[in-house]
Design a protein around this ligand. Structure first.
Ligand SMILES: [Zn+2]
Length: 273
């Protein structure tokens, strides 16, 4: 499932193709949205925005296409006239003279007016977006210190889009590791220093992942690992997907557990109680 950094990268890619370019055609697969096709294909796209795991494509006359990829949705950008080889169902197509931006498999697509956008249930309840450069460390730290969240387990909070927007499964493991926090903790169990480190990692890791197409590991270490021929699978993360491999910091073997039905990886030494 794509997490915030991947959605933000997709938004940046779509913005390059769509913003300001004349649209030649808009295609919606869902019959309820078809009536918007003629209206939208005469307009320009003003902005493409990622919000948590949702994508917003804003048009000049005030309408916005909202889409949420959930588990299966995927955006593909191809040259005009091209079609990616895929067995997936096309759900939304935005066609310019040069490129086509195509959304496959997503089922959560809507066209919203400004009021609809303001009242959308996913967007109104979304926590501060960790990839958005406007989100400050103070805001995120306040979230960890907020009584409303303090007694909930971090393994749930770090997947909860209402707590912080844009986190997801690999970021959950990576943030806990970088903050040196055991996966069993709630914010209230953390020392002030651990809270501070959680807040810092909650911004730093998604932003680095956005900038590097998915790498959360220490970048100096990544360069050293690359230089000796280590593959991306092995240098990408601190702990995620590394069960049975030695921790880069202390050499202890990384452990995999199930937490809330999703896999979680941690170092029993660096994240000891
Ligand atoms: Zn360790």
């Amino acid at each position: 499932m794509p997490e915030g950094p991947e959605i933000h990268r997709a938004a940046a890619q779509l913005a390059k193709v769509l913003v300001g370019a004349p649209l030649e055609r808009v295609f919606f697969a869902f019959p309820a949205l078809k009536p918007y096709e003629p209206q939208l294909q005469t307009q320009k796209v003003l902005q493409v925005q990622a919000r948590g795991k949702a994508m917003l494509i804003h048009f000049e006359q005030g309408l916005t296409i909202y889409s949420h990829n959930q588990l299966y949705g995927v955006w593909k950008v191809v040259k005009a006239g091209g079609e990616p080889v895929t067995a997936r169902q096309l759900r939304l197509g935005l066609y310019t003279p040069k490129k086509s931006a195509l959304l496959y498999s997503a089922s959560d697509i809507a066209v919203l007016d400004p009021l609809g956008l303001e009242q959308h249930p996913y967007l109104t309840r979304l926590g501060p977006d960790v990839v958005d450069p406007e989100t400050s460390l103070e805001t995120v730290l306040a979230r960890y210190q907020d009584k409303a969240w303090q007694r909930k387990r971090l393994i749930s909070l770090l997947l909860d889009q209402h707590f912080l927007g844009g986190l997801g499964n690999y970021l959950r493991s990576e943030i806990l590791f970088v903050a040196g926090v055991p996966p069993t903790y709630r914010p209230i169990d953390c020392s002030p220093k651990q809270c501070q480190r959680l807040a810092e990692a909650s911004l730093h890791l998604p932003r680095q992942s956005f900038a590097t197409a998915g790498i959360t590991n220490d970048l100096e270490r990544v360069e050293k690992l690359k230089a000796v021929g280590i593959s991306r699978t092995h240098y990408r993360f601190y702990v995620f997907d590394r069960a049975g491999e030695p921790c880069y910091t202390c050499g202890t073997l990384i452990v995999r557990i199930e937490a809330g039905g999703r896999r979680l990886y941690y170092c029993p030494h660096c994240q000891a109680h």
